[in-house]
Design a protein around this ligand. Structure first.
Ligand code: FE
Ligand code: FE
Ligand code: FE
Length: 164
């Protein structure tokens, strides 16, 4: 891999794999979460993620390529962490930890789509640039929603310990 075009296609396949892995992980988060709001957020983002995969299909198509995924080690690691949390944490720690794990995934996606959409622009793939920017905005909105949920509700469920 030497060219930006090759890097772009490689990274597009990486996020395609990641989004597909996320569609399998989010139902587990929705099931494990105790907070109804966190459950709802996971369910909503699952449906958004399915739409994102359709947009990625369109990105591949706009470049005359077939949609394909390539193993993304980062998402597998992030999902593995979340799985570990589900088996180890309980109560408030479970919800706060799951929410944080979801945010780690959103941050990964924001990093990837930020690079991808700029590369698309640089390579003259206008349609891809637009579609990838739409996905980026959705990931950012999801991350902001999760931050709000954490600070207004989930983290507050922790009892404030008085100094001894
Ligand atoms: Fe996504
Ligand atoms: Fe990756
Ligand atoms: Fe996302």
């Amino acid at each position: 891999m030497k060219s930006l075009a090759e890097l772009f296609e490689h990274t597009l396949q990486d996020v395609y794999f990641a989004e597909n892995a996320i569609t399998k992980a989010l139902p587990k988060v929705a099931k494990a979460a105790k907070s109804p709001e966190l459950k709802k957020a996971a369910e909503l983002h699952l449906s958004e993620t399915k739409e994102q995969i359709k947009k990625l299909d369109q990105v591949f198509k706009s470049m005359g390529k077939k949609p394909a995924g390539m193993k993304c080690d980062a998402i597998e690691g992030l999902i593995k962490e979340a799985d570990g949390l589900m088996s180890e944490a309980e109560g408030i720690a479970l919800d706060a930890g799951l929410l944080a794990a979801c945010q780690a995934v959103e941050h990964y996606e924001i990093a990837r789509y930020g690079s991808l959409r700029e590369w698309a622009k640089g390579l003259g793939h206008e349609e891809a640039h637009t579609l990838l920017s739409e996905i980026l905005d959705q990931e950012k909105a999801t991350n902001n929603k999760l931050t709000n949920l954490a600070v207004t509700s989930i983290n507050k469920a922790s009892p404030v310990k008085k100094a001894a």
